[in-house]
Design a protein. Structure first.
Length: 558
């Protein structure tokens, strides 16, 4: 293939450690290990797409097998081994895609192949891309060879999902986490590529490419390739044209949108959104950019304009700074939470465009309500109102009665005052104490539970406890394994509520009296035995030999 016909991502693929960008620490560590003849049995490279995992794997393979040695690693004029490795057709360097060969049989073939030494190179190297796609059985088959490979064998793994790889495999490899390439380094790199390719693209358009690529070199080169193919040869590609090509819109639209949201101008808000939508922007992209602007409004004071982030220009920065100074953090955080919620709702709405318009209208009303709340904060915030009254009473040395009277005389238009409700509660407690109920024995307690509709307590008392003793405000019980865990807490609370006195509920190891349920069962048994001895029962058995009396029911008055 003609080098000029290659896509930029392949044409400018790094060939040596010096060509790598953004991974200097990883490159230096591997270079030193190979130079000192201390290379690992297996390397594991992990990171997002397009940061150089497979590229570094090939560079490592070339470094181990280059005929000129690692200090004079081939870059332009390549030796036989380096050229074959670059073209992925070296007999001793096998590249395998784990996404298509996931089974244990594929790994067994690999292990069988590893028993034979290299044919022409120093090392036999297996490069397995997307290694996390291997099956559990395939990983297990690989473990022994991975831990103690022959001296001539090296493994190099690459993956985007490190968590899917068993720990037993990771622990046998020298792991390198490849980071996203920072914006400044990536910008300088694609600018050099643009100049070499004689592309007419301005810096603002290149910065948009950097932003969209999110630290991926391959993505940045692919976007640059696309931009250069779309550009008019006679004119320079600017930011607006680049936004049309990549489906992104100018941040100034969003900033104006925020201005009119905070002004409460519904008509202008919808007009601006429709302009953005007509540019072909997807609702999810719109919401993500909306969140980004919210982040800038909240944190504009800590963002440097001339940093490595190319998301804001000078004018946008100043406009956001003005909005931030006039907007409370509370509203921004509320908008953030509401936007996140709307992102989750998009998948269940058929017409997402209508959903976006309703989202913006809801923000308008949400903002207005929040502003109203902040204006009447003293009235709505009961806790603050309460504290203010307490502080006043301390300041002027008012008595408790005078302070309560002062608070009761104040009115709140929105909601009932919490302080007034607190003052009413002691009066209710006094009334309760005046209506004391005296409980003399266990039967009276069960009867009271029935009268007060406390059926759960009544059931527990009749079924799952046995009375040991019942004295003045003290009940001693034994219980079975079916007793509810909250029985003591509920019974103590109700006894205090009914009698106005503190009761002690104690559990005993003694058997105690039979429960009401047990007594009822014994009584039933006696009655059944008595009925069985009567003539009428014997006559029934003569007519129906299989008949048997198994249960009886007592009338309520009996």
């Amino acid at each position: 293939m003609n080098n000029n016909s290659k896509v930029l991502a392949l044409k400018y693929r790094p060939k040596t450690f010096k060509d790598l960008i953004g991974q200097e620490v990883v490159a230096q560590t591997i270079f030193n290990s190979i130079k000192n003849d201390k290379s690992a049995n297996a390397y594991l490279f992990t990171g997002i797409r397009g940061v150089g995992k497979t590229t570094i794997a090939r560079i490592v393979a070339k470094s181990l097998n280059c005929l000129n040695g690692i200090n004079k690693l081939c870059s332009e004029k390549m030796c036989e081994n380096c050229e074959a490795i670059s073209k992925s057709n070296h007999i001793d360097v096998l590249e395998m895609d784990a996404a298509s060969k996931t089974g244990v049989d594929d790994v067994r073939d690999l292990i069988e192949f590893s028993r034979y030494g290299p044919s022409s190179a120093k090392y036999k190297i297996f490069i397995i891309d997307e290694v996390h796609m291997l099956s559990k059985q395939a990983f297990n088959a690989l473990l022994k060879t991975l831990e103690e490979p022959p001296e001539y064998l090296k493994f190099i793994f690459a993956t985007t999902e490190i968590k899917k790889i068993p720990v037993t495999v990771v622990s046998r490899c020298q792991r390198f986490d490849l980071s996203r390439v920072d914006s400044k380094s990536l910008f300088e790199f694609i600018k050099k590529v643009k100049d070499k390719e004689e592309g007419k693209i301005n810096d603002e358009a290149l910065k948009l490419i950097i932003k969209i690529s999110e630290g991926s070199v391959r993505d940045a080169l692919s976007l640059l390739d696309r931009a250069m193919l779309n550009q008019d040869q006679s004119a320079e590609l600017d930011l607006k044209d680049a936004q049309k090509i990549f489906g992104y819109f100018d941040k100034s639209y969003l900033i104006n949108l925020f201005k009119f949201i905070f002004k409460g101008d519904e008509k202008k808000v919808i007009e601006i959104y429709q302009t953005i939508y007509n540019q072909g922007v997807e609702p999810k992209i719109f919401l993500n950019d909306f969140l980004e602007i919210l982040y800038y409004i909240k944190n504009i004071s800590s963002i440097k304009l001339y940093g490595n982030n190319f998301s804001l220009n000078d004018e946008d920065f100043k406009e956001i700074e003005i909005i931030s100074n006039n907007t409370s953090s509370e509203i921004i955080l509320l908008f953030w939470q509401f936007t996140i919620k709307t992102l989750g709702e998009l998948d269940i709405v058929s017409n997402q465009n209508i959903s976006m318009e309703m989202f913006l209208i809801r923000l308008l009303y949400l903002k207005e309500n929040k502003m109203d709340d902040s204006q009447e904060k003293v009235n709505l915030n009961n806790e603050q109102y309460l504290n203010n009254n307490i502080n006043k009473s301390e300041k002027f040395n008012l008595s408790k009665e005078e302070n309560n009277l002062e608070v009761k005389n104040k009115t709140i238009s929105q909601i009932k005052n919490f302080f007034q409700e607190e003052n009413l509660k002691p009066e209710k407690k006094i009334e309760t104490k005046l209506m004391k109920i005296e409980i003399k024995n266990f039967e009276e307690l069960i009867k009271l539970c029935n009268e007060k509709k406390e059926l759960k307590l009544k059931y527990e008392l009749e079924t799952n406890v046995n009375l040991v003793s019942f004295t003045d405000q003290r009940i001693e019980l034994s219980f079975n394994e079916n007793l509810d865990k909250d029985f003591v807490k509920e019974l103590t609370f109700k006894l205090h509520e009914w009698t106005g006195q503190r009761w002690i509920i104690a559990f005993s190891k003694k058997t105690g009296q039979l429960s009401k349920k047990q007594n009822l069962e014994i009584e039933k048994y006696k009655v059944i035995e008595e009925v069985k001895s009567q003539d009428i029962y014997k006559k029934v058995q003569e007519l129906f030999p299989d008949a048997e009396l198994i249960d009886i029911k007592f009338k309520e008055n009996e």
